[in-house]
Ligand binder design. Structure first.
Ligand code: GDP
Ligand code: MG
Length: 820
């Protein structure tokens, strides 16, 4: 029988995993090994991936993957008498006391995704890094330094991994960090409710001979499940102290730090260097390989030779490459090959599975000796919630509703504080206008800096609200469900369900979204996702949309906003489909994704997350945007005079005298002043640049000011608004200070359309489309360059987005003109 044939709610036992290497390995590491029970939970919408329960956690597989797993009914399964628990091999090495060492300890946090590493890190450091309840939030190593108990601690928050194979970019990252930075102590954060799978990573840390302290996190939930764990005994068995923690409430962290110090000082009795006993045959193979590796001092001084030997036995490509530089590489390769062949024919399994099985045998043996499960696990709250949220029929409508609520609330609720900020900025500039003496400084301050940055600041509330929701969705664990629900659709377009998370994150900011593609294993999948992330409308674009939509569309504002976002998504899918066919002949990659337990994120985490964003946004206003604003202002402000200025001035002087008595003269005066300003602007540096660009931009209905604004938006799209704030400021119409109304009243000042309104429904729509699609900001391009490892992908991204923007905006404008 195959796992894919099993009906919902049935429990079966795994007998064999078929399929190719990396799939098998991955799935084995997640606990899909011979003799383990699996329960089928449900299928995602559109006949998508299937959710299973194994080792007391939920995981999703695609149907095609479940086909590769052979199972038998629970009744037919006979428990083998011998579990194969061989315990550990004691090495009797006393760890040297390190008293005279510096009072600095480097600590790395390692653990499965969602085990609570980031929460722990935040609690310890007081720094507030992003916390979320799905894998992939921490894609970079974060470092914090603080002092406690007379020591200086350097803490590193590593990305979450299930294992230390070279399976994902994160695993390679963590492994490299441990080799190269050699932290003094590793804190292995475990999800106590899910020990069997979490301990898998611990067995690899033991292989690496590291000094480890285990943070037995989520201890509150373990207590609730009334499971009794003798963690002291488990710690002794594994040679590493266990400290129970509840990191969301900060409990047990002092004990944890004290343990770290004791382990570092070498005074912790629990700490022993042990070897996991993998059984006679495997041990003899490990030793044979290890003996020839050991000759190479430079590497075995850094990395445990036993770990290298085990990895070679597991056919680890990276370790093989690592060894290839050494003179006896040929011999190493030959012995490895021989031992793999020997093991495989002996046990009739491939070597990776043999090692994984042995590790799991060790874990279940160790747990059997230390854990007492009084009653079978009842349906958890999380499962109940999931019955609704991932219900085959309800899942999609609910997902759609959630997205709608998020965007609708952002738009409506944000309007109030927006008004207040707007009034505040106006009040300040009016105040300054009345007290400052006329001159360049006044112009720079009021028309440049305050007006420019003010028009960006206004959107802070919207961004805060959006981030509140994104943090909430991440923190609760719903984001992983979103991938589960969306996988079938994503897969149709050549994407992976996991691409969905970076795409959703792209709505916040494209830069972290590009970083988040690291969770995708296949390089093709990753590049593809990176290339389409820029179509996800980041929050920087939101202010521009809001401005344009509220100015030119009186009805259906929320719908138009959603429409723009939706258009971006559709574009992303089409692009993915096309690129996938043209450039990436994507290999199938296993879906295998954990659906973490729903947890209520702490309000503190959400608020700090929002504060981080706010800080980031304010910093951007203070730096990039401020510089942008000043440059744009200067380009617009200079040169001050044209050849016609003198003429205008004489006329104005004359008219001023008459204006007091003659109404016609007063009107003429106003018009002349406007003409002078307009003439000056056209001659300004920015006017000249706009003129050069104009032939390209006018077919889309854009005037030169819009072209300039778009140009100014290259560093960051928020600058588009502030530029418009500066450019349309010079509109002599003093009846309003509101940018929106200025845009509505703006007329073309040159060309065929002179005197016509610049913005109409058609040009506004084209403008929206252009902003959505064109040039991802400089930060995003830099991130793409970095992550892809070559500038070519960044350049490619710039080229195709910008040309696509032009084509699409042109089509939009021309069609809209015809219809409206
Ligand atoms: P990471 O992926 O390992 O960095 O995990 P996070 O720190 O992002 O935490 C995942 C989720 O678990 C968040 O919703 C946390 O609020 C929650 N959490 C963390 N530690 C605990 C704990 O000790 N007990 C409980 N009940 N929840 C926790
Ligand atoms: Mg994290």
């Amino acid at each position: 029988m195959k796992l894919s044939d099993i009906k919902n709610n049935e429990t079966v036992v795994i007998t064999k995993v078929l399929g190719h290497g990396s799939f098998r390995k991955r799935i084995a590491e997640m606990g899909f090994i011979k003799g383990k029970q699996v329960k089928v939970i449900k299928t995602a919408p559109f006949n998508g991936p299937v959710e299973y329960k194994i080792l007391n956690y939920n995981i999703s597989l695609r149907r095609s993957e479940a086909e590769r797993i052979e199972v038998i009914p629970l009744e037919e399964f006979v428990t083998p008498p011998h579990e194969g628990f061989e315990g550990v091999i004691d090495r009797n090495i006393i760890i040297d006391s390190t008293s005279p060492r510096a009072k600095t300890i480097n600590v790395a946090l390692a653990g499965n995704p969602n085990s609570g590493k980031t929460t722990l890190y935040n609690q310890l450091s007081g720094s507030r890094e992003r916390v979320g309840n799905y894998s992939g939030v921490t894609v970079d190593i974060k470092k914090t330094t603080f002092t406690a108990y007379g020591y200086t601690f350097h803490f590193f928050d590593l990305p979450g991994t299930y294992s230390l194979t070279a399976y994902t970019a994160e695993e390679i990252y963590v492994r490299k960090f441990i080799y190269e930075e050699t932290p003094d102590v590793v804190i292995n954060v475990l999800d106590a409710t899910n020990l069997e799978r979490n301990l898998f990573l611990s067995t690899q840390l033991i292989d690496m001979d590291l000094r480890v302290v285990v943070a037995l996190n989520m201890f509150d939930e373990l207590s609730k499940q009334s499971q009794q764990l003798n963690f002291d005994k488990l710690g002794k068995l594994m040679g590493m102290p266990f400290v129970p923690t509840v990191s969301s409430r900060g409990e047990g962290l002092d004990d944890l730090l004290q343990k770290v110090i004791r382990v570092y000082e070498g005074t912790e009795p629990t700490t022993r260097h042990i070897h996991i006993n993998y059984g006679q045959e495997l041990e003899s193979s490990i030793n044979a390989i290890r003996d020839i590796i050991k000759v190479n001092k430079p590497i075995t001084d850094k990395i445990s030779s036993r770990f290298l030997a085990i990895k070679l036995l597991e056919k680890d490509q990276q370790v093989l490459e690592l060894m290839s530089g050494y003179p006896n590489f040929m011999e190493i390769a030959a012995v490895t090959h021989k031992e793999i062949k020997r093991m495989e024919s002996l046990l009739n399994e491939d070597s990776e599975t043999i090692v994984t099985d042995a590790k799991y045998a060790f874990i279940s043996g160790a747990l059997k000796e230390t854990m007492h499960t009084p009653k079978p696990v009842i349906t958890s709250m999380s499962d109940k919630i999931d019955r609704i949220l991932t219900h085959p029929k309800l899942a999609l409508p609910i997902f759609g509703l959630i997205l709608f609520v998020v965007f609708y609330t952002t738009f409506t609720l944000g309007a109030y504080p927006m008004g207040w900020i707007d009034k505040g900025v106006l009040w300040i500039s009016e105040g300054l206008r009345s007290i400052m003496a006329d001159g360049m400084l006044k112009d720079l301050l009021i028309d440049g800096i305050i007006s420019g940055t003010g028009s960006v600041l206004v959107f802070l509330p919207n961004i805060l609200i959006l981030f509140f929701f994104i943090s909430l969705l991440e923190g609760t664990g719903y984001m992983a469900r979103a991938s589960f629900i969306m996988d079938k659709v994503m897969h149709k377009f050549g994407l992976h369900g996991r691409s969905f998370i970076p795409m959703i994150m792209g709505f916040g900011c494209n830069v972290p979204a590009i970083l988040a593609t690291r969770t995708l294993r296949n390089r093709g999948d990753r590049l593809l996702t990176m290339l389409i992330v820029p179509f996800m409308s980041c929050s920087a674009r939101l202010p521009v949309y809001i401005l344009i939509i509220s100015a030119f569309f009186t009805k259906y504002q929320a719908l138009i906003l959603i429409g723009i976002y939706a258009f971006g998504i559709i574009l992303a899918f089409i692009t993915a489909q096309v690129f996938n066919k043209l450039m990436f002949k994507n290999k199938e990659t296993p879906f295998v994704m954990e659906l973490p337990t729903y947890r209520m994120p702490t309000m503190r985490n959400i608020l700090f997350n929002m504060w981080e964003k706010t800080k980031h946004y304010l910093k951007k206003i203070g730096t990039v945007i401020l510089v942008g604003v000043i440059i744009i202002w200067a380009l617009e402000y200079f040169p001050r005079t044209t050849e016609r200025t003198a003429g205008y001035e004489t006329t104005i002087e004359m008219l001023q005298v008459q204006a007091d008595t003659d109404a016609a003269a007063a009107q003429l005066l106003q018009q002349t002043e406007m003409e002078m300003e307009s003439d000056r602007l056209m001659n300004s540096y920015i006017g000249r640049i706009g003129k050069v660009m104009q032939p390209i931009m006018s077919p889309m209905g854009f005037d030169w000011k819009m072209s300039i604004a778009l140009l100014a938006g290259l560093p960051a799209k928020e600058i588009i608004i502030s530029t418009m704030g500066v450019l349309y400021q010079s509109n002599v119409d003093e009846s309003t200070v509101n940018l929106q109304e200025k845009l509505i009243n703006e007329v073309h000042d040159r060309g065929k359309l002179k005197g016509h309104k610049v913005f109409n429904t058609a040009s506004a729509l084209a403008f929206l489309v252009f902003i959505l699609v064109y040039f991802p900001c400089i930060g995003t391009v830099a991130a793409i360059n970095n992550e892809s490892g070559t500038w070519k992908w960044g350049a490619f991204s710039v080229a195709y987005t910008t040309s696509l923007a032009w084509v699409l905006a042109l089509i939009t404008y021309q069609i809209a003109i015809l219809i409206i």
